[in-house]
Design a protein around this ligand. Structure first.
Ligand code: MN
Length: 295
């Protein structure tokens, strides 16, 4: 019998200010969301007037990957490895900081002038200790080349991994699934995983529910002992292990599905550096100060 994933915990979100002061919605239990994911920031949505848009000026990263996925707005980026470009709605930037990269992520000058809506995600994916000091790598997939699939009221953009027979072109260091899904009310999606991968869902529009065989006892004593299987706007659901995830939309809904391996390694984290030990964090600061960080 196939094992079905269920919600084991619902993590609510709150609004915080990040970088140059932009508004993000972030799960409460940060620092250790669910291995290998370190951070999930929903940027905005925020409506800027002319001249108001803000971003993140030059800053370093080491030891993990940053994934930027834009839904609304226009950003430009530049980094110490000589990469530069812009991000438009639907574009994905998968940056492997590895041993070090220094970059800036700012509103495009045209967008800054006109103003408008900014909405998107920045997700941090941890690297195993064997790959923390790898050469920085940078993958960018414009919306036009990004694989999408639509079937029976379900639309999905496959940022990493596979969904409904469609596979991403992003080459991930460890096996990562990251899918943006939109569902019409009442539609159903079944997603298969390797059963031992960690999984979670972040809903940012509407409401969905997981279908599974769990029978919640109806005695008063059972109240509160079982996580509810509905996931609503602004909630991160941590999933049990299992081969199959069956989702039913309870309204027009929109969410991200995440899966990846448990790394089972110590995490030492300070600001933009995520390593395994305190010594490695100190070394990152030394390298950054000495100007040898991103050579
Ligand atoms: Mn950054």
């Amino acid at each position: 019998m196939r094992s079905t994933r269920s919600v084991t915990e619902i993590v609510p979100t709150h609004i915080v200010r990040e970088g140059g002061g932009f508004k993000v919605r972030r799960p409460y239990r940060m620092g250790k969301v669910l291995s290998p994911f370190l951070l999930i920031d929903e940027m905005g949505p925020v409506d800027y007037g002319p001249g108001e848009a803000i971003g993140a000026p030059w800053h370093p990263h080491r030891g993990f990957e940053t994934v930027t996925y834009l839904l609304d707005g226009r950003m430009r980026h530049e980094d110490s490895a000589g990469n530069s470009g812009e991000l438009n709605p639907g574009d994905v930037q998968w940056m492997t900081a590895g041993r070090g990269i220094i970059h800036c992520e700012e509103p495009h000058e045209d967008f800054l002038r006109t103003g408008g809506r900014t909405h998107g995600f920045q997700i941090w994916v941890n690297l195993p200790s064997s790959h923390k000091m790898m050469e920085p790598r940078y993958q960018e997939v414009p919306s036009s080349e990004s694989p999408t699939v639509e079937k029976d009221g379900v639309w999905a953009r496959v940022i990493a991994g596979e969904c409904m027979g469609t596979t991403s072109s992003i080459d991930t260091t460890i096996p990562i699934t990251l899918i943006h899904v939109r569902m019409h009310d009442g539609s159903r999606l079944v997603q298969n995983f390797e059963s031992d991968l960690n999984g979670m869902i972040y809903v940012f529009g509407g409401e969905i529910a997981l279908e599974n065989e769990i029978r919640v006892k109806t005695t008063p004593f059972a109240f509160g002992t079982k996580a509810r299987q509905q996931i609503r706007d602004g909630e991160l659901a941590i999933l049990s292990k299992g081969e199959e995830l069956a989702i039913r939309a309870r309204s027009e809904s929109e969410f991200l599905i995440f899966a990846g391996p448990e790394l089972n390694e110590p995490i030492s984290r300070y600001g933009p550096f995520v390593m395994n030990t305190r010594e490695e964090i100190e070394q990152a600061f030394i390298d950054y100060r000495n100007g040898t960080f991103a050579d």
